[in-house]
Design a protein around this ligand. Sequence first.
Ligand code: F6R
Length: 608
Amino acid sequence: MCGIFAYTGNNGKNAGEVLLDGLSSLEYRGYDSAGIYLPESGIVKSTGAVSQLRRKLPAGYFGKSGIAHIRWATHGEPTEINAHPHKDCSGNIWLAHNGIVENYKELREKLTELGHTFLSATDTEVLAHLIEEHLKVEKDFERAALAALREVKGTYGLAIAYALEPEKVIAARMGSPVVLGLGENERFIASDASPILKHTSQVVFLEDGEIAVITPTKHDIFKLDGGRIERKAEKIDWNVEAAQRGGYQHFMLKEIMEGPEVVENTLRGRLLEKEGLAKLGGLEGVADEIKKAERMIIVGCGTAYYAGLTGEYMLEEHAGIPVEVELGSEFRYRHPVLNPKTMLLAVSQSGETLDTLEAIREGKRRGALTLSIVNTVGSTIARETDAGVYNHAGPEIGVASTKALVSQLTALSLLTIFLGRQRRMSIETGQEIARELQAIPDKIRSILERRTEIERLAKKYAKARDFLYIGRKYNYSIAFEGALKLKEISYIHAEGCGAGEMKHGPLAMIDEHFPTMAIATSDSVYEKVASNIQEIKARKGPVIALATEGNHEIAKAADDVIYVPKTIEMLSPILNVVPLQLFAYYFAKEKGYNVDRPRNLAKSVTVE
Ligand code: F6R
């Protein structure tokens, strides 16, 4: 999730200042490198935050228009070369991009054959060269941009500048947000309204498949086929912070709401549904070692550890690989027996969690093949492991991990198909998992649409001082994750428990003041969990059941029911975790806590 920002005006303002200032308010979208291009003053790029870019600007850096970018790396390490804006061979076309060009390899090969030279490792750079190629035929900047974008597969929010028409900037949107700002003799393009609001509250939101051409006094919107669109400006009265949160009250809610796109982005270009295969480019370099591997150990901390636990069930059942899951903090201090046929897989959103990193280092010392599922490109874990899979979930700002977990579970499902099809998984099973995975985003959408029901329940139970979460098999770890979410932002006692373990101790805690969230979706252990619910009810414990749509029976046993759509058992955790995240969010909100910054916690734990 990068941020783009562009400006054109004829009112004496320095575009350089406007752009740098605006980039700072987009910094929550990425912070590994930044860049700015003004046709009148040229390009400046830097790694790190906007303040570092500012320090590099030469004296007299001035212009009336320009484009700028703050990067969250997806393809290519966060270096200065890979920072945006990127240019074509002539140095006249420059662009800033938020999104992923899926067919960039094919395009790059084609353009290289045509004589184009590439400088960076990014997917974005092909776009500048593609426009350059079309410009040779079209002889017109706008028509060339349209023709080029018609060839692109993937997602983009784009700002494109052309040195020979410096007053003009082109915006384009496909799957990544783009807002136009309409000021007095000035126009803006941005990933969200936050950098625009200081200048104007009049905005136009682009839709997918649209491009806009802005000059200081005009904006024209077209469809990719060239057809013109009329759209009225809207007035928004959010403040900058609300705009960064997309109008949501907290980042945590915004990030939960991003679930469907996060799954789409994690899957993008990686599923071959017809063949029942998963393509994980990041693992290609160690393909032989992976084929020969005999076991896997997954390491992680907190939520990432719970993702690993679900991964164990997926990989053992469908890929036939023996898997163990360990907390990074434990693994590093015992003496694990590893060899080159052991795959040690780190799961980490930040890629910087010290315990997970040290577990990987320990694994390396002991000869294991080290792999990672990491969200932050170029992070230490991503760099130090032999190979890996990036989540592409975008930066997670809320301290409580939500969308990252949804993405980690999706990536582990892909890994299960990938490893399973090399081993014992049939093509039919591969196809079925692939098909079901593709349906997950819409199913998450339908859960999110009913979030007010979950809010109502959270308010009903918000006075509880204890909460038990039970689940079994694939949802065993999700019970622990549900409890972790509640305790970390509500500061109440919440406990996860394998449903089958209740009678071995935890049942003793139950009385009419001790509610239970029971994950009881329709799967191979449903009957067992349904019996556990009866046992709790017999002790007067209030029960909220998380059940599959259509199960009306359960409403007779439980006090309240949250329904989720049906999917295959292996993928049910991806759906089930979403209502638990929402429940924790509304519960903490009801208690009046700052859900994005829970006390005593930090987003990235780089100490022991
Ligand atoms: C809980 C949470 C933490 C992290 C853990 C690992 O909501 O966010 O438990 O999951 O600190 O962090 P990463 O994934 O960055 O290694």
